[in-house]
Design a protein around this ligand. Structure first.
Ligand code: FES
Length: 176
């Protein structure tokens, strides 16, 4: 029986109300992922105990879904919108630009561990297409050149809160 630590107690509390067996397994994994940004081995053990499943079963479910991370996320997340309005406005070119500068494919972390490049779905802000979400903030009306600029700044360690462009940034007005 593993030692009861503060972390395990917190995980247990998070799973309150869930019933044994795998009917609530996905809900359990979502709750943990939402809270911690990933599902650690210890969290999988607690889920297995709480739902009376084998650790292997929980591990299998966790790793089956691409949305679940098993390691802590990098400090910066860029989510690429795969929706139709963005695709019509060169979202694939934007994606290629980010992948080239981040040196990783969509769904991976940059090798320096600074940035997670993830898949996003349309959230209804299509007037900003094509767009990404930088730390969940819309950065829209991107061009491939702007995507490269943004990606480089992030890899150089610039604060993501200071990056991006105003809603009406549509390509002019930089003034040289
Ligand atoms: S299609 Fe990208 S925000 Fe709607």
């Amino acid at each position: 029986m593993p030692l009861e630590t503060e972390a395990r107690a917190e995980l247990r509390a998070l799973l309150d109300g869930l019933r044994p067996d795998d009917g609530d397994l996905l809900e359990a994994l979502h709750r943990i992922h939402h809270r911690y940004g990933h599902i650690s081995r210890e969290a999988m053990e607690v889920v297995a105990e709480r739902l009376r499943l084998t650790p292997a079963h929980v591990y299998g479910a966790t790793t089956y879904y691409a949305d679940f991370r098993t390691t802590p996320p990098p400090p910066v997340t860029v989510a690429w919108c795969s929706g139709p309005a963005c695709r019509l406005r060169n979202a694939n070119g934007i994606r290629a630009a980010f992948e080239a500068v981040f040196d990783c494919a969509l769904g991976e972390d940059s090798p320096d561990g600074r940035v997670a490049f993830t898949l996003g779905q349309c959230n209804g802000t299509c007037e900003q297409a094509p767009q990404v979400w930088l730390q969940e903030r819309v950065v829209g009306k991107l061009t491939a050149a702007r995507a490269v600029e943004l990606a480089r700044a992030l890899r150089e360690g610039e604060d993501p809160e200071t990056l991006g462009w105003p809603d009406d940034a549509s390509g002019d007005g930089a003034g040289g």
